[in-house]
Write a protein that binds this ligand. Structure first.
Ligand SMILES: Cc1ncc(CO)c(N)n1
Length: 217
């Protein structure tokens, strides 16, 4: 079985929980309170910036030069999406600035950066894969199950349900499968562990936005 198939099986229950989340359901039918989306956007701006830094690090560390190019392009893509948040979405949704880095974002971006810097590069590739794959699955899921026209969050949904994003996800999955073939069982398990940890953090990222989870002290 491919590493990606095996690893998706191990996050199937996390994925099911994600699509049942209040945040996702309300994003889907357009009833998500603005304040929660604003919190999410501000945090996502920090997330995307640091996701891009992690992707660039992986690009620098990849064994194969074509994989370096792919990851450098992924990094560029994340910066372009972050720029779109700042240049248009912030204004459209009435966000003045992105605020501070709140606890879950802090956890997630530091997990990505430390994994990308210090762990085996194949493990780092596995750690960033849920950022692509879960968003594509969730984007497609929302797109197919929309309940309402004139959803204020439509543009956000289209970003991740589109073909352009799908192409990136296919590439990121292919690279993980390819590099996993040259890994030992133990190394492959470490890849899966990183994939599972990032998937849990994806859940927490939406959950924290729904709860407006700020630092308490
Ligand atoms: C938290 C999070 N994960 C993944 C993506 C998609 O790259 C995003 N925009 N935000």
């Amino acid at each position: 079985m491919k590493w990606t198939d095996k690893s998706w099986k191990s996050i199937e229950t996390i994925y099911q929980k994600i699509i049942e989340m209040h945040f996702i359901k309300e994003l889907q039918n357009g009833t998500l309170p603005l304040e929660k989306f604003q919190f999410y956007m501000g945090q996502d701006s920090y997330y995307l910036e640091n996701f891009a830094r992690s992707l660039a690090l992986i690009g620098a560390r990849a064994e194969r030069i074509d994989h370096s190019l792919d990851f450098i392009r992924f990094a560029e893509g994340a910066i372009v999406v972050e720029k779109a948040l700042h240049d248009s979405y912030f204004q459209e949704f009435g966000l003045v600035n992105r605020g501070n880095i709140e606890p879950t974002t802090h956890h997630y971006i530091n997990f990505l950066k430390s994994t990308s810097a210090l762990d085996q590069v194949e493990v780092a590739m596995a750690a960033v894969l849920p950022c692509f794959w879960i968003y594509q699955e969730v984007g497609d899921y929302i797109y197919k199950n929309q309940l309402k026209e004139n959803n204020p969050y439509q543009k956000w949904i289209d970003t991740y349900a589109g073909e352009e994003f799908e192409t990136l996800v296919i590439k990121a999955k292919e690279i993980c499968d390819l590099v996993a073939e040259n890994c030992t069982e133990i190394q492959q398990q470490k890849m899966t562990d990183a994939f599972v940890a990032a998937s849990k953090l994806e859940f927490m990222f939406w959950d924290s936005a729904y709860r407006l989870k700020y630092w308490e002290v």
